[in-house]
Design a protein around this ligand. Structure first.
Ligand SMILES: [Fe+2]
Length: 330
């Protein structure tokens, strides 16, 4: 019965693309003042309450200058030494420029990035939102850069992966996947900027959110200095505003999933077992040092394996098996 109800919602979800086009660039009701910023340690409770209420939260000063410098140096070095990993050369060169360039899987070959996967400033907030540290799972980690003169309208309002039971389950929280975007360069009205529609996580289309939220519908750009972190529920509508094209923007994106089983409730169904969040992608790989880490807590954190990962593990982490996966080299 519960499955039947969920399938009904999946069918509804499949109609998103046509409707989304009608309002792809949003409705223009921009409200930059909506976003409240919090200190991730001193205001952790208030930050979590804000996330629970609106589906996103901005955290100030999550990265110290040395970390911002380290990660920007990583961009500079790898763009110089591994341009194909960024799509700056090779077969991807002409596909990504409008959307920005991306290094999809930097963790595979760069263990110096491991400490960032549970960063001491943002991760405790993430853990609180997802129900405790034992409930947090790693999904994806990538670096993105929107270059100067990236063009207009490179990204439409959309949501990322979302679970079909989110429309009616009670309680809604914790969310299924959570993304943390850390700004590595300053973000202001002249630069590309992350923009969210608060409380839009239970709508099928942006148009539905516009109608359903009424006067509470806002498109909220989140500006902040390098080091700012934005956490958002992947089910809420969001986009990247263009800026004026005069400056590039660099961002580190990390996705987390919720682990463990919960008892939840659906109208007309009653109690049901809410499963651990499914895998976020079918291509993302975790390197051996993380997937098979000797610390059981770290193994649990990296335990959400997709089929490609399962085959890679079974092969003994064969580099040729990795090379054949869709983003195995970048
Ligand atoms: Fe997205």
């Amino acid at each position: 019965m519960a499955n039947g109800r969920v399938m009904l919602k999946v069918t509804k979800e499949e109609n998103v693309s046509g409707d989304r086009k009608a309002a792809s660039q949003g409705f223009g009701r921009v409200n930059a003042g909506f976003a409240v910023h919090f200190e991730p340690e001193g205001q952790r409770d208030a930050a979590c309450d804000y996330f629970e209420k609106h589906g996103f939260v901005a955290l100030d000063n999550c990265l110290i200058p040395a970390e911002i410098g380290h990660l920007n140096e990583f961009y500079d070095r790898t763009q110089r030494e591994r341009p194909e990993a960024w799509g700056l050369s090779g077969e991807r060169k002409y596909f990504q420029r409008n959307a920005g360039i991306m290094f999809s899987q930097p963790l595979l070959d760069h263990p110096e990035l491991d400490p960032y996967t549970r960063h001491p400033r943002s991760y405790p907030v993430v853990a609180r939102i997802l129900g405790g540290e034992e409930r947090v799972r790693f999904s994806e980690f990538n670096f993105r850069e929107t270059p100067v003169d990236a063009g207009k309208g490179g990204m439409n309002f959309h949501h990322d992966k979302a679970a079909p039971d989110r429309f009616e389950r009670r309680p809604y929280n914790p969310c299924d996947w959570l993304c943390a975007i850390h700004y590595l360069t300053d973000v202001d009205p002249t630069t590309p900027a992350f923009c969210v529609v608060p409380n839009s996580n239970r709508y099928v289309t942006l148009g539905d959110a516009f109608e359903g939220l009424g006067s509470d519908y806002h498109e909220v750009p989140v500006y902040g200095r390098a080091g700012t972190c934005v956490l958002y529920d992947t089910a809420i509508f969001h986009t990247r505003l263009d800026g004026d094209g005069s400056k590039r923007r660099r961002t580190w994106h990390q996705y987390y999933a919720r682990g463990g089983w919960l008892t939840s409730w659906l109208p007309g169904v009653g109690k049901y077992r809410r499963q651990p969040s499914p895998v976020l992608t079918d291509w993302n790989l975790f390197p051996e040092r993380l997937a098979l880490h000797p610390d059981p807590g770290k193994r649990l954190f990296f335990s959400h394996w997709n089929t490609a990962q399962c085959e890679w593990v079974a092969s003994g982490f064969d580099p040729e098996v990795r090379r054949l996966t869709p983003r195995g080299e970048y």
